[in-house]
Design a protein around this ligand. Structure first.
Ligand SMILES: [Zn+2]
Length: 414
């Protein structure tokens, strides 16, 4: 009898993977109005049971935090006694996950791309392979490295051939749970390869795109823990390092953790992580050509450029700011969902975060123009936008990416 029950459970998928439940977890939106409120809140960010989804350093900007059920009462008392403005953003996070699960139902491999759902790692890889087969004249797909769990990190090159063309490097999904980022990379790929009217965008500029830089972490968010951020490298006490704190340029100088159980754990040393190594090696091998680096994250609607390790500005800050502002304006103009970007250096508008890929790419990798784009989040509907908002986000962001292309073509192509 027990055996039959087990078979039934396996068939239903109940025991195939262990899934973390967020039943009873509440998300709060908080707006600190004084420096002391901000300081006490950021001290909470290191405590277990609090998951800060964004931690702006400036006052009067909202912060979203997910709180475990056993801490809810004391947290709300704390907010009230400190007169901190807040409201409950999401009553029960598990309900958001259940809605997402319905939308994810099909993990079946298809040859095309979808912007009506979030695609799995396997579906994304399959789409890239299909493009390589269908468009061999302009598409090549390669692996830039393997992960701890032996998944390849795919890169698609879109090029009409010839050498010494300026190239744009794009990556997405360094942070596993930031699901809206890979669709932005995929939409860029689809528009460049499958939409013939965009042919001029690939004539003088090459495109190098990594839609999922953290395949292990990304897969883990589908099967085990929807809010996983890091990769899946094993540690002594906890799994995973924050790949975006692991780049060896002013490594661990600020905004990163030496404790392996924390979300911003920087790894045991600079470039200890396979994913960071893979991107580093690819950039160094192609640094002559790469003229622009865009790395997509979520969320917060920030257009960020170096430095992240210091509040000092790079010498070419005016150029970075002018270009970033023009792109942000184009996105805002195209937006149907009210997107509005804040522009500036990582440290000054968001928070100090040393070891980021954007800093290393500019500081060591030799790519002058380097941006981190924090896409829109889901607001009261969760960390990620609900599936019906994928298309509006990728479409508006594409308007900005086209502007970046025009700038690179004008400045570097002859
Ligand atoms: Zn991120």
């Amino acid at each position: 009898m027990k055996f039959y029950l087990l078979v039934v459970l396996i068939l239903l998928g109940f025991v195939s993977t262990h899934r973390i439940s967020y039943d009873g977890y509440k998300a709060f939106r908080i707006r600190p109005t004084t420096i002391s409120q901000l300081k006490t809140l950021s001290s909470l960010s290191k405590k277990p049971g609090f998951d800060f989804w964004n931690i702006p350093r400036v006052i009067n900007k909202s912060i979203d935090v997910l709180v475990a059920p056993d801490l809810l009462e004391s947290f709300q008392t704390y907010l009230k006694t400190n007169h901190i403005i807040y409201h409950v953003l999401i009553e029960n996070y598990q309900e958001v996950i259940q809605i997402e699960n319905v939308a994810l139902k099909s993990k079946r491999l298809r040859e095309d791309v979808s912007f009506k759902k979030y695609m799995t790692y396997e579906q994304i890889v399959n789409y890239l392979k299909t493009l390589a087969k269908k468009y061999p004249d302009i598409v090549t797909v390669q692996s830039i490295g393997n992960t701890e769990n032996n998944r390849s990190i795919p890169l698609i090159k879109i090029s009409t051939g010839g050498s010494n063309k300026p190239a744009i490097l794009i990556d997405a999904g360094i942070h596993a749970r930031e699901w809206i980022a890979p669709p932005v990379a995929l939409y860029t790929i689809q528009q460049l390869v499958e939409n013939a009217t965009n042919i001029r965008l690939i004539q003088n500029v090459d495109w190098l795109i990594v839609p999922v830089l953290n395949p292990d972490g990304y897969t883990y968010t589908f099967n085990n823990d929807r809010l996983w951020r890091k990769n899946r490298s094993p540690g002594r006490r906890c799994y995973g390092a924050d790949i975006n704190r692991n780049f060896d340029f002013h490594w661990m100088e600020g905004g990163a953790s030496a404790y392996e159980c924390e979300e911003t754990y920087a790894g045991s040393k600079g470039f200890s992580e396979l994913e960071a190594q893979a991107l580093r090696d690819f950039i160094l091998a192609n640094s002559e050509n790469i003229k622009l680096y865009l790395t997509f994250h979520s969320y917060g609607e920030y257009m960020l450029y170096p430095w992240g390790y210091t509040s000092d500005l790079p010498d070419d800050e005016p150029e970075l700011r002018t270009l970033g502002t023009a792109v942000a304006d184009a996105i805002e103009k195209a937006s149907t969902i009210g997107t509005s970007y804040t522009i500036g250096t990582s440290t000054n508008v968001l928070y100090e975060a040393a070891g980021g890929s954007d800093d290393w790419t500019k500081g060591v990798g030799g790519v002058q123009l380097s941006y981190t784009i924090e896409l829109p989040g889901g607001g009261s509907e969760g960390f990620n936008p609900p599936t019906r908002k994928i298309l509006p986000v990728v479409r508006e962001t594409w308007e900005g990416i086209k502007l970046y292309q025009a700038y690179i073509e004008k400045k570097f192509a002859n």
